[in-house]
Each structure stands twice: as structure tokens, then as C-alpha cells.
Design a protein around this ligand. Structure first.
Ligand code: SF4
Length: 341
């Protein structure tokens, strides 16, 4: 299948599929507010609708699908959806990003349903910090979830850590060492000024440069891993062969190779994490549009795509949060937990 290219020559290849906007954590960099406007339940796509849309996307070139949320494991019967998607030969890579709380109970069913890969978000190994950062006491469940995933049969586990200055930037080494113990590749993510990050400020961002300096001081030589990939993480190797990644979305964005788009749980399709406007695929589907008609909505929209949100943010002289709480209340689709970060 020839991939459809956007205006910057980027293929339609990578679909991030949010299955719920709900989350069982309240991380300060994503959901700092006390209350939220949730998507109406009746608007959430049913599994059959998701499956139909995924077929349309794979016909247009998508071969990587990542389940996101909110917290995707909150969605009831998720393994049923995984089984539907895993049966599609066009999907080369079927992954999930989860906060890990429910992984202990779900990992065997997800593996058995055919999920390929698991990424767990984990920002700290210290219970008091976990509570302060997420406002939930759930670190033991997350750590148990990571071990359960390995026991269930998942390999190539990844751990994603958002690094915040003054909060967890002294845990880079601890996290790498933890990753070695559980056989997971740790990826450090720069704090991003996306929707939902209403407390974002540039001084809380720890740059890739700073992270590398810190790790080099501790480990000695840190060597870049040379690879040709559209993956967001730059990967590095320590002297003992341990590989870790850094996603420098804020100080050195990767928009030029970005092949990802996002489908929200209620069927809005966004071309960029920062896009203000999306395409309502649920409405088309529920109005009875044929597959060809939905394709005719998606393909030209991708071909017109020239989004490079993070690069444009980088060019701003003054950076502040993308959206204020009032904007987010009026348009919850701007939220990162709705869009699937
Ligand atoms: S900001 Fe938009 S274009 Fe840039 S990498 Fe993120 S999703 Fe892709």
C-alpha cells in the first residue's frame, strides 16, 4: 500500500487511538484541575465503529496503531477491541500506552488478545512523589503492573517518564537502573506545553541537553544510537549496552518526520497534538457514510496537512500554556487526556 503523503511529504502511517477520555490519575502536568468536562458517553465510538475506521485508515496506509486515553485500560472489555485489531494483517505494530495501574489484572488478557507492545508511563519511583504528582496512591500497583506485563509475555517494554524540573529530575539514573532490572527501555520526555498543561512554564522544562549532561556525568560515555526511524525518541547507549531514549518535543521537536494523527474516543480526528480543529468521523459514520465516503474525507485532509505544532511553538518569542482552563472547559477536545498525548 502506497502511503498518502501530506504537504511536507510525511506519510499517513501512525494512528493514536484514544479509547476513553477518563483517567484514574490526576497528573499535575496533564490534569491539574479539580474537575473536567467529559465527553458524553453516547458519543464514544463502539468497538465495531473503531474497527471500521481502523480498516479505512489501514487502507490509506496506516500500519501502526497505539491505544491511548485518558487511561485506556479503564475502557470496559478492552481486550475485545485488541482482538479485533490484532486480527488485521495490515497492522504491523499494535501497542498501548498505559499508566499501569490496571495492568496487573489486564496484562494476560491483553497478551492473549494479540497486543504487541506495552509502554507504561512512570514518572517517579518514590511513593511520596508519586502521590504528589498524580494525586493518587498507586505506585505499588504500577510497579506490579510492569512486572505482570513481562510475566504475561510482553517483551520490548517501554517506560515513559515526563521530566519536570524540581520534581523528578534527580531520578534519571534511578529510572534507568530500574529499567535494567525489569528489562524495559526508559524514555525521558521533555515537559510539553500542550492543552491541559495549564501549569506549564519553560523553566520547568529539563532539556535533552541537560539530561544528557547529567547522565554522562554519572555513566561516562553516552553514545547516540544511529537509526533511520520516524520514532520520536532519540536513542542513546550506555557503556554496558543499556539503551534509553529522550523525546525532546519541546526543545528539538520532530515535526519534520511526524507521521502520526490522533482519533479521540468520540471519533474526532486530529492531524497534530496542537491542532485546534479536527474532522468529525463519528458524524460521518453514524450518518451512514460508506467506507469510500469516509476515505474521501480522510485522504484529502491528510494531503492538505502542513501541521508542525511543536516547531511553531518553539519559534515563539514568549511561551506560555497553550490553553487556559476556560478554553479547555469550552473545548475539551483540546485536552491532552482527550486527544491521547
Ligand atoms: S507537534 Fe504535531 S506535527 Fe509536531 S510532532 Fe507533535 S503531533 Fe507531530
Amino acid at each position: 500500500m502506497t502511503a498518502h503523503l501530506d504537504k511536507l511529504g510525511r506519510p499517513l502511517r501512525n494512528l493514536r487511538l484514544s479509547v476513553t477520555d477518563r483517567c484514574n490519575l490526576r497528573c499535575l502536568y496533564c490534569m491539574p484541575e479539580e474537575d473536567y468536562v467529559w465527553l458524553p458517553r453516547e458519543d464514544l465510538l463502539h468497538f465495531e465503529e473503531i474497527s471500521t475506521l481502523v480498516d479505512i485508515f489501514t487502507d490509506l496506509g496506516v500500519d501502526k496503531v497505539r491505544l491511548t486515553g485518558g487511561e485506556p485500560l479503564i475502557r470496559r472489555d478492552l481486550p475485545t477491541l485488541v482482538r479485533l485489531l490484532a486480527a488485521k494483517p495490515a497492522i504491523r505494530d499494535l501497542a498501548i500506552t498505559t499508566n499501569g495501574i490496571l495492568l496487573g489484572e489486564c496484562a494476560p488478557a491483553l497478551f492473549e488478545a494479540g497486543l504487541h507492545r506495552v509502554t507504561v508511563s512512570l514518572d517517579t519511583l518514590r511513593p511520596d512523589r508519586f502521590l504528589a504528582l498524580t494525586r493518587r496512591r498507586a505506585l505499588p500497583q504500577v510497579l506490579a503492573g510492569i512486572e505482570a506485563a513481562t510475566r504475561a509475555g510482553f517483551s520490548r517494554l517501554k517506560i515513559d517518564t515526563v521530566v519536570l524540573r524540581g520534581t523528578n529530575d534527580d531520578e534519571l539514573v534511578d529510572l534507568i537502573e530500574y529499567g535494567k532490572r525489569v528489562d524495559a527501555e526508559v524514555r525521558f520526555i521533555e515537559y510539553m506545553d500542550v492543552g491541559g498543561a495549564t501549569h506549564w512554564s519553560m523553566d520547568k522544562v529539563v532539556s535533552r541537553r541537560e539530561m544528557l549532561d547529567h547522565l554522562t556525568r554519572h555513566y561516562g560515555t553516552v553514545t547516540p544510537v544511529r537509526e533511520d526511524s520516524s520514532a520520536p525518541a532519540d536513542r542513546f547507549q550506555l557503556g554496558d549496552g543499556t539503551v534509553f531514549g529522550i523525546i525532546s518535543s519541546t526543545t528539538d521537536p520532530f515535526c519534520r518526520s511526524c507521521d502520526r494523527s490522533r482519533l479521540t474516543a468520540d471519533g474526532m480526528w486530529y492531524l497534530c497534538l496542537y491542532a485546534k480543529i479536527g474532522t468529525d468521523l463519528r458524524r460521518a459514520l453514524r450518518a451512514g457514510a460508506s467506507r469510500e465516503e469516509v476515505k474521501a474525507l480522510i485522504a484529502p485532509t491528510w494531503q492538505r496537512r502542513d501541521d508542525r505544532g511543536a516547531e511553531q511553538r518553539l519559534a515563539l518569542a514568549q511561551r506560555s500554556p497553550l490553553a487556559q482552563s476556560n478554553d479547555l472547559r469550552q473545548n475539551p477536545h483540546l485536552e491532552m487526556h482527550t486527544r491521547g498525548g
